[in-house]
Each structure stands twice: as structure tokens, then as C-alpha cells.
Design a protein around this ligand. Structure first.
Ligand code: PRX
Length: 653
């Protein structure tokens, strides 16, 4: 943990004027309110937001149990919340279920069976649709393939692919047979993938030859080959053919997905494994304060309750909707709101492979029009990026099918919020600014469609979620006072541990407010006079770049793995589109040739992936450090922004 002297102001927007989630453009006005229309209110599942929140908070366990009863269970639970080993909470213990039972199996008895589960479009215009019935057949077939490779309940399977239907099939098939997936985002590169394979000890890796992005291909199989060579656990690699380019296929290790799916073993009949509510469902690696990414572990029983309830209530999902969560399945947003949530609630989803601005900046708006998308959920960075191209691109398209919009991943500045509301939402669609984390499984602070909205605020906690903004001593902050954002009671979709490292779980999330038993989010925030929460930023060494969560330590370790770098420090500085940009400072090794900025950028790209490449790398002779040897990132940041460096009394030199 960073010490108090070196609070890394990495990507905290500290001045009070721009604090309210509004680092970019116009400052937030906490009194500006957008009221929902009569039409939105009359359609909404939940009509009385405040009363629903109030009632749920009287007894959150009863509230969540009621929601859990809306799902299917092979056997009911005996205890809704077991806190006997807190903070290792258990939900719905004794219950038997499987997320796939709710996502696919139970729909076979209703009209949802014949409904479209996914409409997919490739960047090159390829199209595919799949009903719930067909998706289940494909999942069963692939589940049988995995079984034939010896994958058993509890085994970890790593999945590394682009946004194609097979990633959804692979995730569901893994879960169906009781195995645990670890999806690694396709934008990561060799070292990041190798590290995650190794930590999970995956014997099977599912990947693709490549992925399309902006008319070019990312050579996923090549990266996978290097990662497999580095990590040493993988025995089998299953490869989906997407781009059709030549790839190396190693005999007896690598198999084409389509070949396996054509084998007699790939029968469309496969029993769903009966799981305990607390059996592991997936591991998803995310950045934290050390160089080693954390494997956030979610389980079957509680996760499905949190994500299905939030999706249904926040986005008011109806049978006639066409839901588009424009995230990547490789992130928690994709896990919860592309794959599991929409399938559980029986929604028709749209999945798009490529970039928003390819071949032209209206690709997304064209897709909304073409497929009649009703609900669009994306990140502020995407909105800011598309906003830069101007209004004429969206205006070429009929966006009147849209009903509700959403954002996630980072604070949205009021300027982008208003553009999204007016230009995309035609002043008619409420914007659900949802705050949550990989660790929380689903939405935690979010409006419902009937909520009066303030641009830049996620409003208040979801019903049944107890959160506050507190001081160091745990007392509640006064209105508009900045403090730490905490969650005061357990919730079903919470992470259960850090995979293989329970101590880190306790230390990271539950040690700061140990006596109170609160979960530390790592974010700072403030609450206004109306109780609306405004996120300010991270309090730890995490930088949010274009909504991606990156640890300064991970990027620094990628930089020092270059032979010519002896030390590195990384900070986040505000960026108009991406929220934050990465700036790196490197000390070159004595005696050798100085590396160029380009060489180091290329190295980070190869090790970690394009998302982690610093916008700027400076070579320096020294880094500011505390006497205990910790890098004072706040000093670097102040210098980079031309600000006062503040108190330097703890600095070594
Ligand atoms: O800092 C908060 C920011 O993203 C962090 C969680 O990142 P990750 O685990 O990658 O999950 C992102 C998708 C759920 C949070 O600690 N964050 C997320 N949503 C918002 C946000 N910051 C402000 N407003 C949001 N709506």
C-alpha cells in the first residue's frame, strides 16, 4: 500500500471546482436536474425509486432473497447470507444452481426459446443471428468438446478472443460443465496473457487466429503462442478461425474450433453441472496496487442475482428491446451485461466486433439505426471520442429507436453527458450513469429510468446497496466534503476472494474499515445536498485510461523489463478524450545506449498491449522519492501539469 506521504494522486481530479466527476470541459452543476418524461415513467419496471431504495435498505438480505427467488435453483438455499467467516461472506448457501441453468436452460420451456439471443455484426460486415435454442445447442456441443479434452469441474480455462460469438459460447460452455473461465481481454499482449494463464494454471486456452479492428488484424494466435511458451501450463489450444490468416498450429496441442465442433463427440446434448451457490464461476484479472494483477473471483449463486436484477431495473429491459452493451466480453461489463445478465433476463442483444469509427465515424449510429437498438450502454471515452467528429455523423441516422442510454467505467463530464443526451438520445432518453467495479459484479450506484438525473452523477446506490462517503475515522462526510467511498453491507454479486491470495482480499478491501466491516472501493467521492454521489477518482495506484483499469506498477514493470531501463514511474494526467493519459518517466541504465521513446513504447505494447502504451515517455536522471524509497508520483504529476509540487518535506533529496 502507498504510504500517506506518497498518496499517489495518479488520476484523482483534486481541485474542488472540477472535482465532481467533471475533469473535462464544463464543471458539474449539482443543482441542474433532468426529470424523466411521462413516457419513461409509465414504461418503467420500478416507478418509485426512493421508496424502493428505502424499503430494500430496511432489510437488504430479504430484498435480495426475494430477487433470488425470481431465478431457477435446482435446490433452494438454507441460509441467504452467511457472515460467520466475514469478510468471506457466503450467499444462498445450500442452494444448488448454475448460471447456465438461468441463462439458457430455463428458457427452453418458454417462448424465449425461439427469441433471438444475439445479433452479431463483424467489422467487415459479416452478420450472424442466434436464437436462445441455437445458442444452447452450440454451448452444449462445445461443452462436450471441453469435456473430451479432460476439462472438469473446478478446472480453469483461459479465453483470449475478440468480440465474436464464439467467446460467448466458450464462456457458457466452460461454466456449463462446472469449470471456471478466466477471460483475458484481446487488447492485452504476451506478458499480460502469460501472467494470467500462469496464475490460473489453465491447461486449456481458447483463442482465435486473429481479430478485426479498424480494418487491420490483431494476431491473437501469435501472441497466444508466445504466452503459452512463457507460462508453461497450457496443454491444449483451441483456435477459432476468424480472420483466415496463416497461423502456426502445433500438432497434438492446437486444434481448430470448427474441426472439433464437427466431431461426433460434439453432441448438442449435455447436462448442466449442478453447482453449489458458492462454487467458483469465473476469475477476472484486474489491476490493483501491485504489479501482479488480482484474480477477482465470482461465484454462481449471488452473482446471477445481482446482475439480472440490476440489468432489468436499470435498463428496464423488455421483451421488445434490442440491447447493446458496447463493451468487450473480456471485461466485467461484458461478463455481466453482454453475456450473463441479458441471457438470464431473456433479452435480445447486439454484439459488434469492431471500432466505433470504422470505416467512418458514424458506424455505431448506423448500427443503431440498422438494428433498431433501444438501449445503448457504453463508456464516456467512446462518447467523447465520437463527439469530436461532430453532430452531423449521428444526424445522418434515425436514432429514434433508442429509449435508454447508459455509461460506465469512468466519470462522465457534464459536457459529454449533455451531448449524449441531446444528440444521441434526442432529449428523450434518460442516461444511466452506472458506477461499479470488477469486484462488485454489477451496478452499485446508478439511477433507474424514473430517477431525476444530474449530469455527471451516478445518483444514489441501487436498492439493497448500502454505501456512504466517509472520513478516515469512518464518520460520514458533510454534504460536498470529499471522502472515501465505502460499501457498508455485503451484496450477492460481491467478489468472494482474490484467486489464490485470500490475504490480499482481506488487506485490499476490508482492512481500512475493519472494525466497521466495510468494503473499501478505492474511489474518492462526495455526496451533495440531495444525497447524490459524485465520483472524484481513484485513491490508489490505478489509472483509468479510456475506461480501462491499469495499475501504475504493471506498466512500470513492463518498462523496466526493457534491458536499457533501470527505473520507471508512471502517472495519469487528464486527457480530453480518454479521461487520463499515461505519462512515464524512465531512468536509463548507466553505461548503455539511451533508449528512444519509440522503442520503449513498442516494448510496452508487446509486453502488455496497446491499451497500456504511455502517451509520453521522458528519460530522467532521478525520480522523486520518499526517504523510505517510494516514488512520489504526486510530485511528478504536479510537475507534468505545471502545478505547485506542494510539501516536499518527506522527499529524500
Ligand atoms: O474508479 C471507478 C471507475 O472504475 C473503477 C472500476 O473499474 P473496473 O473494475 O475496471 O470496472 C469498470 C466497469 C464496471 C471504479 O472504482 N468507475 C466505474 N464506473 C464509473 C466509474 N467512475 C465514475 N463513474 C462511473 N460510472
Amino acid at each position: 500500500m502507498p504510504d500517506a506521504n506518497d498518496r499517489p494522486a495518479a488520476d484523482i481530479h483534486t481541485s474542488s471546482k472540477d472535482a465532481a466527476g467533471a475533469p473535462l470541459g464544463t464543471a458539474a452543476d449539482t443543482s441542474e436536474v433532468f426529470q424523466p418524461s411521462e413516457e419513461v415513467i409509465s414504461a418503467a419496471h420500478i416507478k418509485d425509486w426512493e421508496k424502493t431504495r428505502e424499503d430494500a435498505l430496511k432489510d437488504p438480505v430479504a430484498f435480495w432473497s426475494e430477487r433470488a427467488r425470481e431465478l431457477d435453483w435446482y435446490e433452494p438455499w438454507t441460509t441467504a447470507l452467511d457472515d460467520s467467516e466475514a469478510p468471506f461472506y457466503k450467499w444462498f448457501t445450500g442452494g444448488k444452481t448454475n448460471v447456465v441453468l438461468n441463462a439458457l436452460d430455463r428458457h427452453m420451456n418458454t417462448a424465449t426459446k425461439n427469441k433471438i439471443a444475439f445479433i452479431w455484426e463483424g467489422e467487415n460486415g459479416d452478420q450472424r443471428t442466434m436464437s436462445f435454442f441455437r445458442l444452447r445447442q452450440e454451448v452444449n456441443k462445445f461443452a462436450n468438446v471441453l469435456k473430451s479434452m479432460g476439462v472438469k469441474k473446478g478446472d480453469r480455462v483461459t479465453i483470449y478472443m475478440g468480440r465474436i460469438m464464439e467467446i460467448v459460447i466458450a464462456m457458457l460452455a466452460t461454466v456449463k460443465i462446472g469449470a471456471v473461465h478466466s477471460v483475458v481481454y484481446g487488447g492485452f499482449s504476451t506478458e499480460a496473457l502469460a501472467e494470467r494463464i500462469e496464475d490460473a494454471r489453465s491447461r486449456v486456452l481458447i483463442t482465435a487466429d486473429g481479430a478485426w479492428i479498424r480494418g487491420k488484424t490483431v494476431k491473437l494466435k501469435n501472441i497466444a503462442d508466445d504466452a503459452v511458451a512463457r507460462s508453461g501450463y497450457v496443454e491444449h489450444v483451441i483456435v477459432v478461425k476468424r480472420t483466415g490468416e496463416d497461423v502456426n498450429m502445433e500438432a497434438a496441442r492446437d486444434y481448430w474450433y470448427h474441426d472439433l465442433m464437427a466431431l461426433p463427440i460434439a453432441s448438442p446434448v449435455c447436462e448442466t453441472e449442478v453447482m453449489d451457490a458458492e462454487d467458483p464461476l469465473f476469475i477476472l484479472y484486474t489491476s490493483g496496487t501491485t504489479g501482479r494483477p488480482k484474480g477477482v473471483l465470482h461465484t454462481h449463486g449471488g452473482y446471477q442475482v445481482t446482475i439480472s436484477t440490476t440489468l432489468k431495473w436499470v435498463f428496464d429491459i423488455k421483451d421488445e428491446d434490442r440491447w447493446w452493451c458496447a463493451a468487450d466480453p473480456g471485461w466485467i461489463t461484458g461478463h455481466s451485461y453482454i453475456v450473463y445478465g441479458p441471457l438470464i433476463v431473456g433479452a435480445t442483444s447486439f454484439l459488434y466486433e469492431g471500432a466505433p469509427d470504422f470505416p467512418y465515424p458514424d458506424r455505431w449510429w448506423k448500427l443503431v439505426e440498422q438494428y433498431g437498438i433501444t438501449t445503448l450502454y457504453t463508456a464516456p471515452t467512446a462518447i467523447r471520442g465520437l463527439m469530436r467528429f461532430g453532430e452531423s455523423w449521428p444526424q445522418r441516422h434515425d436514432l429514434s429507436s433508442l429509449r435508454i442510454l447508459g455509461t460506465v467505467g469512468e466519470p462522465i463530464n457534464p459536457e459529454a453527458w449533455k451531448w449524449y443526451h441531446k444528440v444521441i438520445g434526442g432529449d428523450r432518453c434518460p442516461i444511466m450513469d452506472t458506477w461499479w467495479q470488477t469486484e462488485t459484479g454489477g451496478h452499485m450506484i446508478t439511477p433507474l429510468p424514473v430517477t431525476p438525473l444530474k449530469p455527471g452523477s451516478g445518483t444514489k446506490p441501487f436498492p439493497g446497496i448500502d454505501m456512504d462517503v466517509v472520513r478516515e475515522d469512518g464518520s460520514t462526510c458533510s454534504p460536498n466534503e470529499e471522502g472515501k467511498l465505502v460499501i457498508k453491507q455485503p451484496w450477492p454479486g460481491m467478489l468472494r476472494t482474490v484467486y489464490g491470495d485470500p490475504e490480499r482480499y482481506v488487506q485490499q478491501y476490508w482492512s481500512e474499515f475493519k472494525s466497521q466491516g466495510w468494503y473499501l472501493t478505492g474511489d474518492s467521492a462526495r455526496k451533495d445536498e440531495d444525497g447524490y454521489i459524485w465520483i472524484i477518482g481513484r485513491l490508489d495506484d490505478v489509472i483509468k485510461v479510456a475506461g480501462y483499469r491499469l495499475g501504475t506498477a504493471e506498466i512500470e514493470s513492463a518498462l523496466v523489463s526493457h534491458p536499457s531501463v533501470s527505473e520507471a514511474a508512471v502517472i495519469g494526467v487528464p486527457d480530453e478524450v480518454k479521461g487520463n493519459a499515461i505519462h512515464a518517466f524512465c531512468i536509463p541504465k548507466a553505461g548503455g545506449a539511451k533508449p528512444t521513446e519509440e522503442v520503449l513504447k513498442k516494448h510496452v505494447r508487446e509486453e502488455m498491449g496497446p491499451i497500456a502504451v504511455p502517451a509520453k515517455i521522458e528519460l530522467v536522471d532521478k525520480l522523486p522519492k520518499t526517504r523510505s524509497g517510494k516514488i512520489m508520483r504526486r510530485v511528478l504529476r504536479a510537475k507534468a501539469l505545471g502545478q505547485d509540487v506542494g510539501d516536499l518535506s518527506t522527499m529524500e533529496d
